[in-house]
Design a protein around this ligand. Structure first.
Ligand SMILES: [Zn+2]
Length: 239
């Protein structure tokens, strides 16, 4: 009898655990790029004749030589930990920097399939001038049939994440820009933003982003902004 009762307790707690899992919001974290660029092309949106390369490969640190795909993965893996601890389910588009980049339709499809509450793309910027610096967040431009279903929610996510990220990193606030030419935005059926943590072509920001403590703050800012967007307390992002 006792064995039977404990079996029932186990069964009940399994049901509760799976219900909690089902209720937990899903965030798809997309560390930018991969070890290798991919110069094949894909349409920039569903049904479009405009083609764009899968992935040019990203930038690198002007002083440190650190490659963007390694930086974005390190911050994203730390973000995964923080979000999980806060009760969010996390799906990663990649967990290693190992091969040719999968391209942006494939990344968007991972987010769509996961029915993500947010598709969060993590990048760092590069510019011809080493003076360019600061943090900004990109969000889809409005286009009927492509982004109208996710436009408002993406804007809201961008505002919340950008504010927390700037607060944590202390880099200049470059604000939010809408982009109509981002394949990964146009194919997304879920709210989507792309953060540019800072400029790897700026010596100050490159050196900063190489430091574990600064990467930790970047992950914390991303976690806090994401939780705000999900309607959860940012205090749940704890190291
Ligand atoms: Zn990038």
């Amino acid at each position: 009898m006792r064995a039977r009762r404990s079996a029932l307790v186990v069964a009940a707690s399994l049901v509760l655990a799976s219900a909690a899992r089902a209720a937990a919001p899903v965030v798809v974290v997309d560390p930018g790029h991969d070890r290798l660029a991919n110069l094949r092309t894909e349409p920039i949106g569903p049904g479009s004749a405009t083609m764009k390369i899968f992935d040019g490969g990203g930038t690198h640190g002007v002083v440190t030589g650190i490659r963007e795909p390694d930086l974005t993965l390190a911050v994203s893996l730390r973000l995964r930990e923080l979000l999980r601890r806060a009760g969010v389910r996390v799906v990663m588009t990649r967990t290693r920097t190992a091969g040719e980049s999968m391209g942006n339709i494939a990344r968007a499809r991972i987010a769509n399939r996961a029915r993500a509450s947010l598709f969060l793309r993590v990048h760092a910027d590069g510019a011809a001038s080493s003076d360019a610096r600061g943090t900004h967040t990109l969000t889809p431009a409005l286009r009927r049939g492509w982004t109208d279903d996710v436009y408002d929610r993406s804007q809201r996510a961008a505002r919340l994440v950008q504010a927390e990220l700037v607060r944590e990193l202390g880099f200049p606030d470059r604000g939010i820009q809408e982009r109509s030419d981002y394949t990964g935005f146009n194919w997304a059926d879920v709210p989507v933003i792309l953060v540019e943590l800072g400029f790897m072509t700026n010596p100050t920001e490159d050196r900063a982003l190489a430091q574990p403590a600064v990467r930790e703050r970047a992950a914390l800012g991303l976690c806090r902004g994401t939780l705000r967007f999900l309607g959860l307390s940012p205090a749940r992002c704890v190291r």
